[in-house]
Design a protein around this ligand. Sequence first.
Ligand SMILES: NC(=O)c1ccc[n+]([C@@H]2O[C@H](COP(=O)([O-])OP(=O)(O)OC[C@H]3O[C@@H](n4cnc5c(N)ncnc54)[C@H](O)[C@@H]3O)[C@@H](O)[C@H]2O)c1
Length: 270
Amino acid sequence: MAHQLLKGKKGIIFGALDENSIAWKTALKIKEEGGSFVLTNAPIAMRMGKINELAKACDAEIVPADATSEQDLQNLFTKAMEILGGKLDFVLHSIGMSPNIRKEKPYGDMNYDWYLKTIDISALSFHKVLQTAEKLDAMNEYGSFVALSYIAAQRSYPDYTDMAQAKAMLESIARSYGARYGRLKKVRVNTISQSPTKTTAGAGISGFDVFFDYAQLMSPLGNATAEDCANYITVMFSDFTKMVTMQNLMHDGGFSSTGITEDLIERLTK
Ligand SMILES: NC(=O)c1ccc[n+]([C@@H]2O[C@H](COP(=O)([O-])OP(=O)(O)OC[C@H]3O[C@@H](n4cnc5c(N)ncnc54)[C@H](O)[C@@H]3O)[C@@H](O)[C@H]2O)c1
């Protein structure tokens, strides 16, 4: 049931690749809640993905941008304000990619050029997005930025390799830029740390099915789905969370506060 939580609000959504993407589900939810937006993704991903389908369903325009390119980001924010007719209220950064993970490099044999690429795409791009928005004075007061993180920022996970450092940096950027942007323009910056979710990025990590099942057993509410995440992001873009900033918000069915569950004890009891 829609509540028109985002009626009149305008924004940019990064990272909708296909119908499993968290950004895809979020776009549909924001549309349902009365918001309007420009969709964007890296030019190469747009050729492989299905973003045109989503744009049609949401009556949204697409402006391609590689999130690591300052020039692309300037063009994106400028065009988004033109298309939507004014300053913006929300930006979703739903971007992650590690060439080392893609090529299944173990943590003791990292390719450092790829490592830097992981950091650039998955973390530094968030700073670039924020800095571009600030320089173009693109946000309304109490505008809200959300980027998506994972608990590997705080805990070790085999096979998450250099993405763990990228997520730790992403969360740190949200705190540091949130302090600056809040004081300057009353703009909010947060990360949401999401449960393992079956998407292209998620399934690319080896052993994903096992840690998906483990997290399911270790979360009193079970794993949060992409749809649940879309709902939470929508609330974070609404005026009901106006005073929330500089936070890493756990969205994980209770996983991060759990020592062990009865479900896991049962599973491990011989
Ligand atoms: N799936 C999970 O288990 C999970 C859990 C926690 C957090 N996350 C995070 O959620 C976010 C979204 O991932 P998803 O799971 O929806 O997967 P996804 O693969 O659908 O989305 C990742 C997106 O990043 C985009 N991207 C990659 N390089 C880019 C670039 N240079 N410029 C612009 N866009 C670029 C891709 O095109 C894709 O659309 C990521 O930050 C991911 O790390 C995912």
